[in-house]
Design a protein around this ligand. Structure first.
Ligand code: GAL
Length: 346
């Protein structure tokens, strides 16, 4: 009940404040007919929050951005409102750069940024910091970082941080899921695991680490591996389907494991596995990352071998919490890490 009325108040105030307006909502709110709690709301401060997502057409980032919006709502009080504007970078760095410029012109109080290209991190961070706006980078870790080490000193800045998950962990979990199977992934018993790798965007550290660390986990377990094919599917289901279909045609029964850097591509690969009359768990294994709802179902019904939870809610909450701390002028860490979780059939 309480949440409902807060939400209603939030919507009204956000509309009154208008996109990008830095004027406190109190002026407009005062003109509203008196309602219950109206007096307190009249003193509300509205913060303008700009959220730039690399591409709306991405299953995982859709869950993530929806949760950012929903969680900001739960953080509203009678006196504090968040006017959240979320924009689609359409996987185009020039477009996203313009969107950040607009956020700066509009006087956003804080920016949450999912970079299209991490190689542009320097330039974008510089301009946001230069404009005096605090910045929370999410999901795509700027290149050059290594664990807690700061990115060329840029993230040492008191008002810039990165919230994400360490992709090495997700890759390792994928490899372990296969290594822990009774046959360790060697279905045909020839002493090695022959696999196909379907990669996300190659510039993305998540794709690089998942590719590297999934195989490393097998090798660390003393398992011999053979790479049959390694292709870029750019996180997309249709590409995953196409790459898996081609690999299954070309290598047939030799393919024992298909590793996908994310679940969207694994969904595509699953369709191709079915079309090729192969059966996950019997003559082929399939792993992804993200733990999309449909993939968790597939793991439970055996049509996927396993996945790894990429905690969209946990990361969204952390990003929002830190953004609010920045708005309140609190000091922050430069890195926040949210754990991945292995998902296999119970
Ligand atoms: C990854 C996620 C992918 C994709 C990518 C976008 O963490 O696993 O599905 O959303 O982020 O950068």
């Amino acid at each position: 009940m309480k949440i409902k009325s807060l939400l209603a108040a939030g919507v009204t105030l956000a509309m009154l404040a208008g996109c990008g307006s830095s004027t406190p909502a109190s002026d407009g709110a005062a003109e509203q007919p008196a309602e219950e709690g109206g007096e307190a709301a009249a003193e509300a401060k509205t913060y303008n929050v700009g959220v730039a997502i690399y591409q709306f057409d991405d299953n995982f980032m859709t869950l993530y951005r929806n949760e950012i919006e929903a969680y900001f709502k739960t953080k509203e009080t009678d006196t504090v409102k968040y006017n959240v504007t979320i924009v689609d970078g359409k996987n185009d760095m020039a477009e996203q750069s313009n969107q950040v410029d607009n956020f700066i012109t509009q006087g956003m109080d804080v920016i949450i940024l999912n970079l299209v290209q991490t190689s542009s991190a320097d330039a974008i961070i510089d301009k946001v910091v230069g404009a005096g706006i605090p910045l929370v980078l999410i999901n795509r870790e700027p290149l050059g970082t290594d664990g807690d080490e700061s990115y060329a000193g840029i993230l040492d800045n008191a008002t810039v941080c990165y919230v994400g998950a360490d992709a090495r962990q997700s890759g390792t979990y994928q490899g372990e899921i296969i290594a822990e199977l009774p046959d360790h992934g060697d279905i045909n018993g020839d002493g090695k695991v022959s696999y196909v790798m379907i990669e996300g965007d190659p510039e993305n550290i998540d794709a690089q680490y998942r590719t590297e660390f999934s195989i490393k986990a097998l090798e660390d377990a003393g398992i011999e591996v053979e790479c049959l094919d390694d292709q870029v599917g750019n996180w997309a289901q249709a590409k995953g389907q196409e790459i898996a279909a081609n690999a299954l045609t070309q290598y047939g029964d030799k393919v024992e494991v298909i590793f996908c850097n994310n679940d969207a591509m694994a969904l595509g690969a699953a369709a191709s596995i079915t079309a090729a009359n192969r059966t996950v768990g019997e003559d082929i294994y399939l792993v992804g990352v993200d733990a999309l709802e449909e993939c968790v179902e597939m793991v439970n019904n055996g049509t996927m071998t396993g996945t790894v939870l990429n905690d969209a809610n946990g990361q969204a909450h952390k990003a929002v919490d830190v953004a609010i701390e920045l708005l309140e002028g609190k000091s922050i860490q430069n890195y926040y890490w949210v754990d991945y979780v292995k998902v296999v059939k119970e």
